[in-house]
Design a protein around this ligand. Structure first.
Ligand code: NI
Length: 256
C-alpha cells in the first residue's frame, strides 16, 4: 500500500510508455498517484490524464519559475480547472531563489495570488521551495489555520521541519533521502511525526540512488519508503500505510 504524492507523469518523457509505467506502479502496490501541474499546459494535461485514469489525481498551479506568466486569464483557467472532481490540490506554487527564473517580487505575488485562491476554494496546496524557506515560512505562517498542504521535496533541516510542522504543514520526502550525502534530510526523515509524513518521487526527476541520473517513475517510491523505514527502524509496510493515510487525510476533504 503506497501513494506517490508528487509525480509529473503527464510530461512527454512518459509519452512512449506511460501505460507500462502505470502498470509497473500498480504491480508495485502504488494505489494512488498525484499528477502535479506546474504551468497552464502541464496542469491541463494533469487534469486530462487523471480524468481518464483510475487512481490518478491532479493538481493545477503555476511554478515560481513561470510566475511571470500568471496573468488574470491564467488565474481564471486555474480556478475553472480546480472545479474538476479529480483536482484535489493547487500547486505547485512557491519560491525558487536558486534558479531565479522569474524576478523574486513577481514570484511572491504569484505565490500570494494562488494562496488566496486556495483559501477561497478551501483546497490544500503543494509548495515548491528552493533556497527560499526564509520567505516561504513567514508567508505561510501569516495564513496559519486557513491553509493546509505539503512542502514537497523537503530539503530543510530539523529546525525548518519544526517550523513547517508548527504551521500545520506536511513534509514531503522523495528520492534525495536515499542519497549518501543527505544527512539533514535523513535526520528529518527520522524525526518527522508519523502523521505529517508524505512520500513522493517528483518523477521524471530525482530518481533514488539505484537509478540516480536516470528517469524516475512512480514505482520507485518504494525505495523512498524503504529508506525512511530503515532510518526509523520500522517495517516499510508501515511507512506505506501511514503515508497513504496521511495522503487521504490531507486531500480527502476535496472533491473525491
Ligand atoms: Ni515537482
Amino acid at each position: 500500500m503506497l501513494v506517490d504524492s508528487h509525480a509529473h507523469i503527464q510530461l512527454s518523457q512518459f509519452d512512449r510508455d506511460r501505460h507500462e509505467v502505470l502498470q509497473r506502479a500498480k504491480s508495485a502496490g502504488i494505489e494512488q498517484i498525484l499528477v502535479v501541474g506546474f504551468d497552464l499546459k502541464t496542469s491541463q494535461q494533469a487534469v486530462e490524464l487523471a480524468m481518464n485514469t483510475e487512481n490518478l489525481w491532479a493538481t493545477v498551479g503555476m511554478h515560481p519559475h513561470d510566475a511571470k506568466d500568471l496573468t488574470n486569464t491564467a488565474m481564471d483557467t486555474f480556478q475553472r480547472l480546480a472545479d474538476h472532481p479529480k483536482v484535489i490540490a493547487l500547486g505547485e506554487m512557491g519560491l525558487d531563489y536558486y534558479r531565479d527564473l522569474s524576478p523574486r517580487s513577481i514570484q511572491k505575488t504569484a505565490f500570494e495570488q494562488q494562496l488566496d485562491l486556495a483559501e477561497e476554494l478551501d483546497m490544500p496546496i503543494i509548495v515548491h521551495n528552493r533556497e527560499a524557506y526564509h520567505d516561504i515560512l513567514p508567508i505561510l505562517r501569516s495564513r496559519k489555520g486557513r491553509i493546509s498542504g505539503v512542502l514537497h521535496c523537503f530539503s530543510g533541516d530539523v529546525d525548518i521541519m519544526k517550523q513547517t510542522l508548527d504551521i500545520g504543514f506536511h513534509i514531503g520526502i522523495g528520492g534525495p533521502v536515499t542519497y549518501k550525502k543527505s544527512d539533514d534530510l535523513q535526520t528529518v526523515a527520522k524525526q518527522v511525526p508519523a502523521n505529517r509524513l508524505l512520500i513522493e518521487t517528483d518523477c521524471p526527476w530525482l530518481a533514488p540512488q539505484f537509478r540516480r541520473g536516470k528517469r524516475n517513475e512512480p514505482s520507485y517510491v518504494i525505495s523512498v519508503a524503504e529508506r525512511i523505514a530503515e532510518l526509523r527502524g520500522t517495517p516499510a509496510e508501515e511507512i506505506g500505510q501511514i503515508t497513504t493515510q496521511n495522503f487521504v487525510t490531507l486531500f480527502s476533504n476535496q472533491n473525491q
